[in-house]
Design a binder for this molecule. Structure first.
Ligand SMILES: [Zn+2]
Length: 155
């Protein structure tokens, strides 16, 4: 994918989220509640365990995490969101997770796409695994060179 196409691709994500993102910057409360909607969807697609470290998480300790950092994507897209424990979410913060997790997100997204309701969502319609891989590598080329891993992985 050329940088030009990638720019177009990102633009398409961003134009949908623009107004929301502006509001999110202003008010943290709305960010929380907007991510809560994603939690409701994603909660059927994880086994109650943190996406990154595998520890069992209680609902009140579950965080919705942007796999590719929000500061890079600047929008909330279902295919880029995972449920993580608060420890992982807070320690990952604005960092990019190690590439091994990329395949796990891609597998999870395949599950999302197997549900007709979710396939129809605007954010899922612009998604495919190649684009996510390109986006991941593009974020590395653009300075996300510190690869985050959880402190302890429970298998
Ligand atoms: Zn975790």
């Amino acid at each position: 994918m050329t940088n030009y196409h990638l720019a177009l691709f990102l633009e398409r994500f961003n134009e949908k989220g623009d107004t929301t993102n502006l509001l999110l910057k202003v008010e943290n409360v709305s960010k929380r509640s907007s991510l809560d909607q994603f939690y409701e969807i994603l909660s059927s697609f994880y086994n109650g365990k943190c996406f990154y470290c595998g520890s069992v998480i209680k609902k009140n300790n579950a965080h919705v995490d942007h796999f590719i950092p929000w500061s890079f994507v600047q929008t909330d897209q279902l295919w880029n969101l995972v449920i993580a424990c608060s420890t992982c979410n807070l320690s990952k913060s604005d960092k990019l997770a190690k590439e091994l997790f990329l395949n796990t997100v891609i597998d999870r997204n395949e599950k999302l796409l197997s549900i007709q309701e979710l396939r129809k969502r605007e954010d899922m319609q612009v998604y495919n695994s190649k684009k996510l891989k390109d986006l991941y590598h593009y974020s590395v080329e653009n300075g996300f060179t510190e690869f985050w891993v959880p402190k302890k992985i429970i298998i």
